[in-house]
Design a protein around this ligand. Structure first.
Ligand SMILES: CC(C)(COP(=O)(O)OP(=O)(O)OC[C@H]1O[C@@H](n2cnc3c(N)ncnc32)[C@H](O)[C@@H]1O)[C@@H](O)C(=O)NCCC(=O)NCCS
Ligand SMILES: Nc1ncnc2c1ncn2[C@@H]1O[C@H](COP(=O)(O)OP(=O)(O)OP(=O)(O)O)[C@@H](O)[C@H]1O
Length: 197
């Protein structure tokens, strides 16, 4: 099974691009959503997170307190590294199980903001970086996430690998910069991946 990774920093448009591949029938694994799922339902991980970050990590109903964790981890490199080291191995295992269930697809996609930072690029055959200028990304995220300030967004960007470094390591780049058309770029890559089947 050909495994394609889609990455890029906050607000580049990974989810939008993945939706286009999904419309073409390609199974898409969303690491952000799955990370939240394992953090919610894996009891051993829940205990580890509570031990590491305190009882505020979960609400009384057992929901992940994302606002608390974002405030705690995104502004403290050591806490973020700890959070990543607890969560990412679970997401890696979850992805491997998911791939096994997709045998009829020509190829699969994993969407992850932290493909290179989390080492999950090792599980992929090829990687696409979605690229957009910084000011466009900040504008998009301010619109999408009204609860985040520009300062919050810049703090998150500061914790992610620089776009130039991602582009240098990736096999493919999709420009989602409000200048170039995105759909033709997606179709071209889709044809390429299908031809490798
Ligand atoms: C801290 C959490 C609870 C905050 O949740 P919240 O809903 O406020 O933010 P959300 O998950 O949408 O993240 C916003 C953006 O921040 C970036 N981001 C997310 N996690 C991280 C991280 N560990 N390091 C750097 N950037 C990150 C991504 O670009 C993401 O899209 C959540 O981000 C989380 O659980 N992160 C740890 C798990 C993880 O690393 N997920 C990323 C893919 S595996
Ligand atoms: N080409 C575009 N034109 C207009 N709006 C766009 C475009 N691409 C993305 N957006 C919007 O910008 C916001 C960010 O896009 P998206 O959620 O796909 O980014 P992302 O890379 O998945 O971000 P994150 O890392 O936070 O998950 C969304 O509200 C999306 O609808």
């Amino acid at each position: 099974m050909l495994k394609i990774g889609i990455t890029g920093g906050i607000g580049v448009g990974k989810t939008v691009v993945c939706r286009m591949f999904a419309i073409l029938g390609v199974p898409v694994y969303d690491a952000d959503t799955r990370a939240k799922w394992v953090m919610r339902y894996d009891e051993a991980l829940k205990q580890e997170l509570t031990d590491a970050f305190g009882p505020e990590t979960y609400t009384q109903e057992g929901e992940l307190n994302r606002t608390y964790l974002a405030k705690t981890a995104f502004h403290d490199p050591q806490k973020l590294a700890l959070l990543n080291s607890l969560v990412h191995p679970h997401v890696g295992n979850d992805f491997e199980h998911w791939v096994e269930a997709q045998s009829s697809a020509p190829y699969v996609i994993k969407e992850a903001a932290l493909m290179y930072e989390s080492e999950s690029w090792r599980q992929m055959d090829e990687i696409i970086v979605v690229s957009a200028p910084l000011e466009v990304r900040i504008k998009r995220v301010l619109q999408r996430d009204p609860h985040r300030t520009q300062h919050d967004i810049e703090a998150i960007i500061g914790k992610q690998l620089k776009e130039e470094d991602k582009k240098a390591r990736a096999q493919h780049i999709i420009y989602n910069d409000d200048q170039q058309l995105v759909i033709p770029q997606v179709l071209k890559l889709h044809e390429l991946f299908i031809s490798k089947k």
